[in-house]
Design a protein around this ligand. Structure first.
Ligand code: ATP
Ligand code: MG
Length: 284
């Protein structure tokens, strides 16, 4: 039995969604403008859909799983499980107002007209903060609403903020930090659930690998102890003698987040010839 997964047909999440499946070793038969495709080496069928529709399809059981922004999951309020954050499609849902408005606090939103494509999330945010404002639901180009007099503020997705800037807006409140997530239907047949677990296992291995680097370096033996102390590795670093007397080669795995700091400390402790290579899969 094949697992049916829905991903975005075109747009910001499409490429990264395809890439994560490919990085899981899944071969997708490529075909532009196709509605669906099958993997040749994994029991998976991929549907290409508009992101907004994905939670509904998963709830209805038309698809078993999906890759979609958390923002869409929260807005649509469908009965689906969120299984894993995927580390791409990062953005935030924020409130922005005209730069000419002298904004001090949330209370300044009282009485404003707020244009958004996310009436549920924005509505809940206002309610939680006891703000009385009027929500105008619009489906696209939200950022131009204040400029054309349709609204006083907007609730929209932001990543760099350049769109807001170009439209004379300032970001004043962040409601939600979002990224792409893997969602699944609440109940799946036993065999589909098994495929989903396999997929999840692979996604985990890919995610960990993306967050880590393999590092190789040469260390003078009299500094080995300090250098090993800087490199926890998966169990402990591998140490091999070099042909040159008094030197060793040290291999380990380092986390992306601490990467530059570790490199600086390694150099300060006499490490030389440091090589850093990407890891394809990582299974702990
Ligand atoms: P579709 O045609 O599938 O409905 P769309 O136009 O609604 O596409 P995109 O603009 O491609 O959607 O955005 C898809 C998702 O990418 C968003 O729901 C969000 O999770 C994420 N995203 C990341 N950065 C941004 C950003 N700066 N603006 C909008 N969405 C972003
Ligand atoms: Mg959409």
């Amino acid at each position: 039995m094949k697992l049916r997964i829905a991903i975005q047909k075109a747009g910001r999440l499409h490429e990264d969604s395809v890439r994560i499946l490919r990085d899981c070793g899944i071969d997708l038969n490529n075909g532009a403008n196709k509605l669906k495709t099958e993997a040749s080496n994994f029991p998976l069928e991929v549907f290409f859909l508009r992101d907004d529709d994905i939670p509904q399809y998963v709830e209805d059981g038309v698809a078993d799983a999906g890759i979609v922004g958390e923002n869409i999951v929260l807005e649509r309020q469908k009965q689906v499980h969120v299984l894993e954050r995927l580390g791409f499609g990062r953005c935030r849902l924020s409130i922005a107002v005209s730069r000419t408005l002298n904004y001090h606090s949330l209370a300044d939103l009282n009485g404003l007209r707020i244009a958004t494509s996310y009436p549920v999330i924005v509505g809940k945010f206002l309610e939680k903060n006891h703000i009385r404002a009027e929500i105008h639901e619009i489906s696209g180009s939200v950022e131009i609403a204040p400029g054309i007099g349709l609204a006083d503020a907007i609730g929209d997705l932001v990543s760099s903020g350049s769109t807001l800037f170009m439209n004379g807006l300032q970001e004043v409140e962040t409601i939600l930090a979002s990224e792409a997530v893997l969602i699944a239907a609440k109940s799946l047949s036993v065999d589909r659930d098994l495929v989903l677990k396999k997929l999840l296992f692979r996604i985990n291995a890919v995610r960990k690998a993306r967050n880590n680097k393999y590092i190789l370096l040469n260390a003078p033996n009299d500094k080995l102890k300090q250098i090993i102390g800087l490199l926890p590795g998966m169990k402990s670093p591998t140490v091999l003698p070099l042909a040159e007397e008094g030197w060793s080669s040290v291999h380990s795995v380092v986390n992306e987040d601490d990467f530059w700091e570790i490199i600086e400390n390694l150099k300060a402790n006499g490490a030389q010839g440091i090589l850093v290579v990407p890891i394809e899969k990582m299974i702990l």
